[in-house]
Design a protein around this ligand. Structure first.
Ligand SMILES: Cc1cc2nc3c(=O)[nH]c(=O)nc-3n(C[C@H](O)[C@H](O)[C@H](O)COP(=O)(O)OP(=O)(O)OC[C@H]3O[C@@H](n4cnc5c(N)ncnc54)[C@H](O)[C@@H]3O)c2cc1C
Length: 307
């Protein structure tokens, strides 16, 4: 009798950000057959366009791409099979089934979800229409186009402040539009304070991005009294937080926020499904934690298969 075919996807990892790359590499190094799905065509997730990743415990300066490509190469050397197609659906019946956006189905024995989060949209007129024509989400990629021009950064968290620091190198003036006090780390805020070409508009949100063929300015609403004002600028960089990428997940595994409910070890209520990094409710928000959660989730998946 012929022997049954071995499952070539024992462990599936969804997401090629730093959590997913670390998980895939680790599970493969522990001897498992691993398939990694990445849907954007770019590895590194949220740090893919960051020119200097902060907080890595490593000598020297590394971009998000440096770290991601290194992890990807290591993962592939360890035998990880890479599928550059987004996952459309995960179903958790008797068998786990992953369906990718090209309609192929996979039946892993365990899944590590590391699909992370995407930058939240402002949801105002002009945002979609003027994307790439003044509206950008990457200071490193696009800052140079706004040399000696005025730009606005929307938001007050770590991402907004670090992107503003990049823009302040190129632009005449960077205006930070904030709904409330800055939430970014003290060290980032101190660096921003030291820049003479950065100013703040407080207690305000964007009502509209103005411009026909390209951005010409913003309509801002003061959230305390509703008054509307105009701000002239040629670039807008919104960084108002992130939303989890869980549209493909069974709803039963999700918290109200849309993140995956999982403990610190990545365990969900389905023993075959693990979560790591920014997609997990309770994730702390830095790359070291993302990678370490990826490794822990991979360990747990490998332990499950060994039983
Ligand atoms: C602008 C910015 C700068 C930052 N800078 C720093 C920093 O300097 N230091 C630091 O510690 N942290 C930084 N952070 C936070 C850090 O990037 C995140 O906490 C961390 O990268 C999360 O990693 P992750 O792998 O969990 O998720 P993500 O980075 O979000 O990666 C998720 C990946 O999954 C993929 N994916 C999503 N859905 C699917 C699907 N259906 N199928 C297949 N693939 C899918 C995405 O394309 C993405 O590649 C920054 C964040 C931002 C936004």
């Amino acid at each position: 009798m012929t022997r049954p075919l071995k499952n070539l996807c024992e462990i599936a990892v969804i997401g090629g950000g730093l959590a997913g790359l670390a998980a895939a590499r680790h599970a493969a190094r522990l001897g498992r057959l691993v398939t990694l799905f990445e849907g954007s065509g770019m590895y590194g997730g949220q740090v893919a366009t960051v020119d200097e990743v902060d907080g890595l415990a490593a000598p020297g300066h590394f971009s998000g791409q440096d770290v991601a490509i290194h992890l990807l190469e290591e993962a592939q050397k360890a035998g990880v099979h890479v599928v550059d197609v987004p996952v459309a659906r995960l179903t958790a019946g008797d068998k786990l089934t992953i369906t990718d956006e090209e309609g192929r189905a996979y039946h892993p024995e365990a899944v590590v979800i590391a699909s992370g989060a995407s930058l939240r949209k402002l949801g105002v007129r002009g945002e979609e229409e003027l994307a790439g024509r003044g509206v950008s989400r990457c200071a490193t990629c696009d800052g140079g186009f706004f040399r000696e021009q005025d730009v606005a950064v929307i938001g007050g968290g770590d991402a907004a402040v670090t992107e503003a620091l990049v823009l302040a190198r190129h632009c005449r003036e960077v205006v930070m539009v904030c709904r409330s006090a800055l939430k970014a780390k003290r060290a980032y805020v101190d660096r921003l304070d030291a820049r003479e070409n950065v100013r703040f508009v407080w207690d305000s949100e964007v009502a509209e991005i103005a411009g026909e063929d390209e951005v010409t300015g913003l309509r801002l609403k003061d959230i305390r009294n509703g008054t509307v004002s105009e701000l002239a600028c040629s670039g807008v960089f919104p960084f108002i937080g992130v939303e989890p990428n869980t549209g493909f997940m069974p709803a039963a595994l999700l918290a109200k926020s849309g993140h995956i409910k999982a403990d610190d070890g990545g365990n969900t209520s389905d023993r075959r499904i693990f979560a790591a990094g920014a997609v997990r409710a309770g994730y702390g928000g830095n790359v070291v934690q993302a990678m370490s959660e990826g490794v822990s989730a991979a360990e747990a998946a490998v332990r499950l298969l060994a039983k």
